[in-house]
Design a protein around this ligand. Sequence first.
Ligand code: MD3
Ligand code: FE
Length: 209
Amino acid sequence: MTDLFAGTDQPSVDLLGATLWPGWLAASAQKALVADLRDVAKRAPFQRYETPSGARMSVQMTAAGDVGWMTDRSGYRYAERHISGASWPDIPEAILNIWRATSGAARDPDSCLVNFYGEGARMGLHQDRDEANTTWPVVSISLGDDGLFRIGGQNRGDPTVSHWLKSGDVLVLSGAARLAYHGIDRIRFGSSGLLPDGGRLNITLRVAQ
Ligand code: MD3
Ligand code: FE
């Protein structure tokens, strides 16, 4: 563990109730996670989903676990299968270990969403509320290029704060922050050397069902 995790001995940062552990993952652990995600994407290739409004998301997504989040014209949901019909890969053990070390939750997550941001990709302000029980925490892991994260309160119009998420950062959303509006306004394409072709990966772990 000591060579995988840079450590929680570093000070955490509070972002309106969300707890950020800057640089929690050592560079070696970040590289190992990218290799794990390549395996996930081989079995369940990244997709640009269509939202109920018919707009196509700029972020590419895949998933691991019992269920994966997806959207199409009929709505947002957790599905038991990838669009190809294949079941989702298992959540890699190294990713489960990050949840176990940071979430404070008494059970493992059943869903791992993987977001990929290429040049110009963004994610608009939203709440995560497709899970059956929204009191379980969410753990988010950032890899690759810097992403400008914005978080507010439980109402869309509430004031927000912005913070650049960097490769190796781990963010824990629990308590009131679990239902906070949040999004990614932009990425600094090419700011990290982790992914040879640039871009940002974000892993979110959830108890979905
Ligand atoms: C605050 N992902 O997948 S990570 C998402 O970087 C999502 O890809 C963004 O929002 C990304 O739903 C933001 C930080 C994050 C993740 C989940 C949250 C913040 C959150 C859930 C509740 C509140
Ligand atoms: Fe979200």
